[in-house]
Design a protein around this ligand. Structure first.
Ligand code: AMP
Ligand code: ZN
Ligand code: FE
Ligand code: FE
Length: 284
């Protein structure tokens, strides 16, 4: 059982890296990709203490790369098996992480101006050390201060992409990210395309452009996508030789998504991985 998209406390998941792995094994996974937002710290920590990896579990190193289109739309690209020491890609990730700090300050300013009591100190208090800073941490600070009851409520009421409190951060364009992942020997997968419940989405034509830029795979799942989305994905996969990937986008207890709820068959994984020449999978 293979799950190609998960989060830990290295970004906005709630399981520590080794907790996520223990849960992955419990769920029956044999391979799990660690794809925290804009960071490789989660799986690096695991790799440094390999003897603690649950028996029978193989780790696929990766990251979910935040990108931004010219018109300012947020697009996520899951990169796997890239060389994490590649300087160009590492800089894209660190530039994005850096700009998440002033971005958070601006969002807090807007919330404060509207009478929502929350500070950067509150956010720092709830954010795990070293985690890529994100809106979910702001949500957790709002929960701590009794303003909302859950991350879901925080996003629905205050933090969604069309909210007056939303501020974007710098990120590479999707094409730039796909090229940088490829140049680092990795493969790239378009995360949750056509997931209209999540916010504005790329058009069919824009995804076609990403395929032309070297995209290798595309996520297909039941939770975020309807039938119309599935037929677009199926057609894009056929026309551009994209591998259809099933993955959970697990975030621990913060989201309903369960490890292994969507899976990628072994033959499709092997096909995808055959395009990579960067870092390799590892186990205990
Ligand atoms: P950011 O990268 O800071 O813009 O935050 C985006 C992240 O927030 C996404 O990657 C999701 O993990 C998370 N997110 C989006 N919508 C929700 C929601 N309704 N409930 C909880 N987390 C969410
Ligand atoms: Zn996330
Ligand atoms: Fe995502
Ligand atoms: Fe994700």
């Amino acid at each position: 059982m293979i799950d190609l998209h998960t989060h830990t406390t290295a970004s906005d998941g709630t399981d520590k890296p080794f907790e996520m792995l223990a849960n992955a094994r419990k769920a029956g996974l044999t391979m799990v990709a660690m794809t925290d937002h804009d960071t490789t710290e989660g799986w690096r920590e695991v790799k440094a203490q390999r003897n603690q990896i649950p028996e029978g579990l193989t780790i696929i190193p990766g990251a979910e790369v935040s990108t931004r289109t010219e018109l300012g739309m947020s697009v996520h690209i899951v990169g796997l098996l890239f060389d994490a020491e590649n300087q160009q890609l590492a800089k894209l990730l660190s530039d994005t992480r850096d700009d998440r700090i002033p971005r958070m300050e601006k969002m807090i300013e807007k919330l404060l101006a509207a009478g929502y009591q929350v500070t950067m100190e509150d956010v720092e208090e709830v954010k795990p050390a070293g985690a890529t800073l994100g809106r979910p941490h702001l949500a957790d600070a709002l929960i701590k201060n009794g303003i909302v009851a859950s991350r879901d409520e925080a996003f629905e009421e205050l933090l969604h992409n069309n909210s007056q409190f939303y501020v974007s951060h710098w990120a590479p364009s999707p094409v730039e990210a796909i090229r940088a992942i490829a140049a680092a020997g990795g493969v790239s997968i378009l995360a949750h395309p056509f997931a209209e419940k999540r916010g504005p989405v790329l058009t069919f034509g824009e995804v076609t452009d990403l395929a032309a830029a070297g995209l290798n795979g595309i996520e297909r799942n039941k939770r975020d996508q309807d039938e119309a989305a599935h037929s677009k994905i199926d057609q894009l996969a056929r026309d551009h030789n994209l591998i259809k990937v099933g993955s959970s986008d697990y975030h621990g207890s913060a989201r309903a998504n369960q490890l292994g709820e969507e899976q990628t068959p072994l033959d499709l994984w092997e096909n995808l991985a055959s395009n990579a020449s960067g870092d390799e999978v590892f186990t205990r």
